[in-house]
Design a binder for this molecule. Structure first.
Ligand SMILES: CCC[C@@H]1NC[C@@H](O)[C@H](O)[C@H]1C(=O)O
Length: 600
């Protein structure tokens, strides 16, 4: 059960109850919780909302910045009607690591704060009674963990997060917790991969069940509930005549229903929405259903006022409204996999997603920007342990998200240091070990940072297409010097053009920090006018090279970072403010995007 990541649902065979709301919460400042048996009950807890990051609720800096062990607890009644089923607790995200206890019994631990995990609690449950659910969590950053960073110990003995990345180390139960129950013999996983024929489509499916007994049948229904294909067996092909394809910003979904039966008795049923579409890279084109697509969208963050990194349906609703208003058709889940609801939004709205793991901060220059070492990250003695966690989180990301039609590609790292040959063995293994994970064989990529150019990166041979993060006009050649910035960018792109590389390039980051309401004529940096000028420069460049097949400025909205002399209460490169109101550049870019044919 522990590697199952299917989206929870309730039906005649399955049970799902969200455990969101107020939990007991307590910092373990002396890391004594284990010795003092907090696993049974927290000594002096406060109430803490779930899902939420704990940080921004507090008014004292020691609590907001708390780094170390902290505990959650909740008493949950489990009805006797579930007796005989497998009982699980599914945590959407526990950032960054957690150990789960039920009625004082240790169940399991999990490392990785941005993907779900399931704890099989069947053996520890008391039915028709209250059960004590307790989590011991920790939010320390390490070079051999994702996202990469350090944990400093100040002279006063307090720990402090030192991220090698530019987003705040929001921590806690950031996504929903579910109490679930499934039959002993149940659907563990499924895959659905489409191929297109003239006026038909074939959905090749596989179904994994927890036990070999029982027969499997599969039914595919259209949006009107009409059965369009059926199948029998744990694998097979569903042929759909005149399919309504899933297209960018013109999404059509089908409902796949899997039934498990023994002696004609229904044992388990699982349903999910799938889209019939194909993804391919052909030369410098990104193809959806064989048609070229030009990506217009954003780098984003799961970030909002009050609840930090918590998934908030209200914020997500507003963000999709803003992206649709802008004429966008895509986004990257920078720099970590987002809540499952986000992919379901994108499936319904026809948005393409570049799905990214939190392999961010793999660059000592970033650390030196924050006081780290000046060496290649991949020379570190931490890379062996890091690799295990990195591959584990890519595996879970693909396992969780593989059936979403919106997922276009997998971004395996953000801005790693590839300007040293020591990166090559790590990348060779990573791209080899991840090749077979996705049954749909989507393209794999990573973002190339400013220092990893056509000339300086040792890892250009690995990605199926390129994501470039480029900041002329902001981190260098800024202000009145932006014309030199444009010349330098064009010089690099001319090298890509002159090379024998024929793969798409998507600009996955570019932008300028902008203080909303700051106006200056002529412009100065940080003014709204300058943000537009910078975007105009990049757009002139994008329109000069036909192998540039996407533009995703940084960022959709302003977001929280660590304190720093280059951050004004966070990163201000948003086209929208943190409370999701437009800066002038949003109106400029909206006009550009609404005038562009998305398939040009
Ligand atoms: C030159 C690196 C730029 C950097 N890229 C990663 C993002 O997570 C940061 O927010 C962005 C920034 O500094 O604005």
């Amino acid at each position: 059960m522990e590697k199952e990541l299917l989206y929870p649902l309730t039906n005649q065979c399955r049970f799902d109850q969200k455990l969101d709301g107020l939990w007991d919460f307590e910092f373990d400042r002396e890391s004594q919780g284990g010795a003092q048996h907090w696993t049974q009950q927290l000594p002096d807890p406060i109430k803490m909302p779930v899902p939420a990051s704990f940080n921004d609720f507090f008014t004292d800096k020691d609590s907001r910045e708390f780094t170390g062990d902290f505990w959650y607890a909740k008493r949950v009644f489990i009805p006797g009607s579930l007796r005989g089923q497998l009982i699980g607790l599914r945590f959407g995200a526990a950032t960054h690591r957690a150990t789960v206890y039920v009625n004082g019994q240790e169940i399991r631990s999990h490392e990785g704060g941005f993907l779900p995990f399931l704890a099989d609690i069947t053996s520890a449950v008391k039915f028709d009674a209250e059960n004590e659910i307790v989590l011991k969590m920790n939010n320390e950053l390490h070079r051999d963990a994702l996202p990469a960073g350090d944990t400093a110990v100040l002279k006063n003995g307090k720990k402090m997060a030192k991220p090698f990345f530019d987003f705040y180390n929001y921590s806690g139960l950031n996504r929903s917790v579910h109490l679930i129950a499934t039959p002993q013999n149940h659907v563990v996983d499924y895959t659905a991969v489409s191929t297109l024929q003239d006026d038909a489509a074939t959905v090749h499916y596989t179904v994994t069940t927890s036990q070999a007994a029982a027969s499997v049948s599969v039914t595919l229904r259209d949006e009107k509930g009409q059965v369009v294909a059926t199948g029998n067996g744990r694998t097979g092909d569903l042929v759909v005549q005149h399919p309504l394809l899933w297209n960018v910003r013109d999404a059509h979904l089908y409902t796949l229903t899997i039934q498990l039966k023994a002696n004609d008795q229904l044992i388990d049923e699982y349903s999910d929405e799938i889209g019939i579409r194909t993804i391919a890279i052909a030369g410098h084109q990104i193809l959806v259903n064989g048609q070229p697509v030009y990506l217009k969208g954003f780098g984003r963050h799961e970030d909002s006022i009050y609840a930090g990194r918590a998934f908030d349906l209200n914020v997500e609703m507003r963000d999709f409204e803003l992206m649709k208003w802008m004429g966008a058709n895509s986004f990257r889940t920078s720099h970590y996999p987002y809540d499952e609801e986000v992919y379901r939004f994108a499936d319904r709205e026809g948005f393409l997603i570049i799905d990214e793991v939190p392999a961010v901060g793999f660059k000592m220059a970033a650390a030196s920007f924050l006081g780290g070492l000046d060496q290649s990250f991949f020379d570190g003695d931490w890379t062996e342990e890091l690799y295990k966690k990195h591959l584990d989180q890519i595996t879970d990301m693909v396992h969780r998200d593989k059936n979403h039609p919106s997922v276009l590609a997998w971004s395996l790292l953000n801005e790693p240091d590839t300007s040293s040959e020591s990166a090559v063995p790590y990348f060779e293994k990573l791209f080899a070990d991840t090749k077979a994970l996705d049954p749909d064989q989507r393209p794999r990529t990573f973002t190339l940072n400013e220092d990893d150019t056509f000339d300086t990166s040792y890892c250009k041979q690995f990605p199926d297409f390129y994501l470039l993060n480029r900041y002329p006009g902001w981190y260098h050649k800024w202000g009145y010097e932006i014309s030199d910035g444009e010349a330098g960018l064009r010089a690099e792109l001319d090298k890509w053009a002159a090379s024998d590389i024929d793969k798409p390039i998507v600009f996955s980051e570019y932008g300028a920090d902008t203080q909303p309401g700051l106006h200056k004529l002529p412009s100065v940096m940080w003014s709204e006018e300058y943000q537009i000028e910078l975007l105009q420069m990049f757009n002139r460049v994008f329109d000069s090279y036909d192998f540039i097949r996407g533009e995703q400025p940084w960022n959709l909205a302003d977001f929280q970072t660590v304190e720093g002399n280059m951050r004004v209460n966070g990163n201000k490169k948003g086209l929208f403010t943190r409370d999701r109101q437009p800066k002038a550049a949003a109106f400029y870019l909206r006009k550009r995007w609404l005038d562009i044919d998305p398939n040009f």
